[in-house]
Design a binder for this molecule. Structure first.
Ligand SMILES: NCc1[nH]cc(CCC(=O)O)c1CC(=O)O
Length: 310
């Protein structure tokens, strides 16, 4: 029973590093499976010149991969949960969430400055409305400049262009071994609440593949899985596949899940947060989203969508 398993991956350094990491974990279990990586170039990887939120958001990175799964070309795919849409197509499942990496965002500044010590009017690079809104809330004087490309490209643009700092996820940098070298400040969740699923990997496979799902349970991490489930319930309830200034972070705290959901106006002037705790992940995510809606979240989102259509 030496099944050969084909694993789909995007071609970026981060995606391949994550995929290889998962394969190593599975390999070290000592079963007789063999693995092969099949690289897939997604639409999101090809579009580098436009604002991601204007061309369709996070689904762009996973559509081709999901097609390959459904057609049986690949058996599973390793995603950053952050890049996964709230709803998966019928027939596919988020089968496993390994132990989550650092969920925080971090500041990478040219002159070793923190968010507080950056000069007046400093230029900060990000293409995330979520990061932009929270940074502007903390530092209304800074200038946000859009930046695109994978992690390497962004670090190069920081060196070569007129950015004073950029914001990236700590997890990506840790995974490719660059965190100690480049991170100048970790932004705690009370300053910059992470994106849904940030720092977590999600393994997607065909819902019908019982054998593979059985294998994946060995590398599933239950507390990370519950947190991700709660955050994704928040995203689904918020109406989330489009790219909007929405953030959510949940973690197990002793016996309970504690979840914070956030919605902001892109200029950072309005930031609404809700903190809830309890045991049912899906219910917690929904509850936080519903409370934000009661406080006017939908008006903020409608406004953002209108601006993006222009
Ligand atoms: N938006 C791109 C993206 N998708 C996943 C990660 C890595 C972070 C993670 O593991 O969630 C990154 C880079 C970044 O945001 O800095």
């Amino acid at each position: 029973m030496a099944r050969h398993i084909v694993v789909g991956s995007r071609r970026s350094k981060l995606a391949l590093t994550q995929t290889r990491w998962v394969i190593r974990q599975l390999d070290s279990l000592g079963f007789s499976y063999t693995f092969e990586i099949k690289e897939i170039v997604t639409k999101g990887d090809k579009i580098v010149d436009r604002m991601l939120s204007k061309v369709g958001g996070k689904g762009l990175f996973v559509k081709e991969i999901e097609q390959a799964l459904l057609e049986g070309e690949i058996d599973f795919a390793v995603h950053s949960v952050k890049d996964m849409p709230a709803e998966l197509p019928p027939g596919l499942e988020l089968a496993c969430v390994p132990k989550r990496e650092d969920p925080r965002d971090c500041l990478i500044s040219k002159r070793n400055q923190t968010l507080d010590s950056l000069p007046d009017g400093a230029v900060i690079g990000t293409s995330s409305l979520r990061r932009a809104a929270q940074i502007l809330h903390a530092r209304p004087d800074v200038k946000i400049k859009w930046i695109r490309g994978n992690v390497d490209t962004r670090l190069r643009k920081l060196r070569e262009e007129d950015y004073d700092a950029i914001i990236l996820a700590a997890s990506g940098l840790k995974r490719i071994g660059l965190s100690d070298e480049v991170i100048t400040q970790y932004l705690e969740p009370d300053i910059c609440l992470p994106a849904v699923g940030q720092g977590a990997l999600g393994i997607e496979c065909r819902a019908s593949d019982q054998e593979l799902k059985g294998l994946l349970t060995y590398i599933h991490h239950e507390p990370s899985g519950l947190a991700v489930m709660a955050e994704r319930a928040f995203l689904a309830e918020m109406g989330g596949s489009c790219h909007v200034p929405v953030a959510c972070y949940a973690e197990m705290n002793a016996q309970e899940l504690v979840l914070t959901g956030l919605i902001a106006s892109p200029d950072g002037k309005t930031v609404l947060k809700e903190r809830v705790s309890g045991h049912d992940p899906v219910q917690l995510g929904r509850q936080a989203a519903q409370r934000l809606k009661e406080r006017g979240a939908e008006q903020i989102l409608d406004q953002v969508r209108k601006e993006l259509e222009q």
